[in-house]
Design a protein around this ligand. Structure first.
Ligand code: NAD
Ligand code: UGA
Length: 469
């Protein structure tokens, strides 16, 4: 029986390993983490992350061939294949701060693997890492390995949150990069055999290590670039009377461009797009390619511009001040069907409104009050560095309330802003909401989920991204 161990029981490690266990009943999969609370939650009825379909997969395999443990060293030493799926946040200090990937967690995992291994192993980079990381990892492993052979593979993950299980069941592709030596090719074959249990062979792409590492950064940069492109168009649509949904539809019908990922929004969020593009920018700069770095930097600049533009629109529409006004914030997660708030645009929008002294009443179906309060007090990039957690300042706390219902959030509000595209926001009783709001009642739709005309007929003043006013 092949034994797999995955270091890092997060949004990637948990779901990915659960699906491997489900599809490969003869492989034993153990997911380990230094966070005892995370592992405890994976072993409980209340999993640590909300992801449609995940509960069922975990229930089917947990205790059979899927295990969650904080006995990291034992399971690493027993495994044949070790996936490393630890966080790789943006550095907050020192060389490359604010851009480069912080590989502290990765390096400590690699040193631990070298320390505890007693047999040959395949070490798989599952985390998103800068191109050439495998070279550094190889150095750490081989210099400490007492003659044990390690093969490093790059196998980046392309799942998106909210659709992780669907994406893992039926991936567009699985990418495996390895050394072009006989041992490297043998390792690629071994990992390919795991995925071949359910992924058609033609969807498993094998490349050299550097192509696999760079393809992951490139894919995220291309995806984010589409959003910044359509968001840049949304500003021009508002200035000219064009409708961004109509423009995106017309543009996306060109099969060379394609229809997906062209929804204008308040801005993209999530733990990876910004971090991975910053990382790419840093790599370009380090390789003496400032023009290439500046090209990708612009994707982030447009994203920041879009979030600021949204806040400015709210404040300027509401007679140039929101001071003391109640603003209902509907949705805080970075996208629907997840409780994840990492880099959610809601943080910047809420902070912008708080700066103008608004009183916020926030509702999200999956995000807890604790999480929201914490997010609104952390500094940029600090969310993935637990040591930096700061206590909440009393001044900001009193301006934020978190409620468990959209009607409660909007009661007596002067304005509403929709920041996540949860399906339930499409079907709210907006007449009832309007009746209970201060007048004039403003609605700012950062996700284009409502029909602006219907709401205007009720009496709302509506602003939708990229749509005529
Ligand atoms: P996460 O923060 O949810 O999980 C990482 C886990 O690793 C944490 O639970 C942490 O406690 C653990 N960890 C850190 N150092 C450890 C160590 N030395 N030993 C044991 N455990 C350790 O992160 P994530 O969202 O799962 O992302 C992981 C990686 O995958 C990142 O590089 C990210 O860029 C990449 N990725 C994420 C997604 C996504 O949708 N979240 C998708 C594709 C790729
Ligand atoms: C993204 C990629 O889609 C995954 O392929 C990748 O594996 C992952 O990053 C990663 O490396 O972490 P994720 O961030 O989970 O996945 O979610 P997306 O669906 O890509 O959405 C990212 C952000 O863009 C969200 O805030 C979403 O609302 C926004 N978005 C997306 C738009 O504003 N418009 C769109 O058309 C699509």
């Amino acid at each position: 029986m092949v034994k797999i161990c995955c270091i890092g029981a997060g949004y990637v490690g948990g779901p990915t390993m659960a699906v491997i266990a489900l599809k490969c009943p003869l492989i034993e999969v153990v997911v380990v983490d230094i966070s005892v609370s995370r592992i405890t939650a994976w072993n409980s009825e209340q999993l640590p992350i909300y992801e449609p379909g995940l509960d069922e997969v975990v229930k089917q395999c947990r205790g059979k061939n899927l295990f969650f443990s904080f006995d990291v060293e034992r399971h690493v030493s027993e495994a044949d294949i070790i996936f490393v799926s630890v966080n790789t946040p943006t550095k907050t200090q020192g060389l490359g701060a604010g851009k480069a990937a912080d590989l502290t967690y990765w390096e400590s995992a690699a040193r631990m693997i070298a320390d505890v291994s007693k047999s040959d192993k395949i070490v798989v980079e599952k985390s998103t890492v800068p191109v050439k990381t495998a070279e550094a990892i190889e150095k750490i492993l081989t210099h400490n390995s007492k003659g044990i052979k390690f093969q490093i593979l790059s196998n980046p993950e392309f799942l998106a949150e909210g659709t992780a299980i669907e994406d893992l069941f039926s991936p567009d592709r699985v990418l495996i990069g390895g050394r072009e030596t006989p041992d490297g090719q043998k390792a690629i074959k071994a990992l390919k055999a795991v995925y071949a249990h359910w992924v058609p062979e033609e969807r498993i792409i094998c490349t050299n290590l550097w192509s696999a590492e760079l393809s992951k950064l490139a894919a995220n940069a291309f995806l984010a670039q589409r959003i910044s492109s359509v968001n840049a168009m949304s500003a021009l649509c508002e200035a000219t009377g064009a409708d961004v949904s109509q423009v995106a539809h017309a543009v996306g019908k060109d099969t060379r461009i394609g229809a997906k990922f062209l929804n204008a929004s308040v801005g993209f969020g999530g733990s990876c797009f910004q971090k991975d593009i910053l990382n790419l920018v840093y790599i370009c700069e380090c390789n003496g390619l400032p023009e290439v770095a500046n090209y990708w930097k612009q994707v982030i600049k447009v994203n920041d511009y879009q979030k600021n533009r949204f806040v400015n629109r709210i404040v300027s529409s509401m007679f140039n001040t929101v001071s003391g006004k109640k603003i209902a914030v509907l949705g805080f997660a970075f996208k629907k069907d997840t409780g994840d708030t990492r880099e959610t645009p809601a943080i910047d929008v809420c902070k912008g409104l708080i700066d103008d002294k608004a009183k916020l009443s926030i509702y999200d179906p999956q995000v807890t009050e604790d999480q929201i309060q914490r997010d609104l007090t952390l500094n940029k990039f600090d969310w993935d560095h637990p040591a930096h957690l700061q206590p909440l300042s009393p001044a900001s706390k009193k301006d934020i309330t978190v409620v468990w219902n959209a009607y409660e959030a909007t009661k007596d509000a002067h304005g509403i802003c929709i920041l996540t595209e949860w399906d339930e926001f499409k079907n709210l009783d907006f007449q009832k909401i309007y009746n209970n709001m201060q007048k004039p009642a403003f609605l700012f739709d950062g996700r284009n989920v409502v029909n602006p005309q219907k709401l205007r007929d009720i009496g709302f003043i509506v602003y939708s991204i990229g749509k005529p006013l």
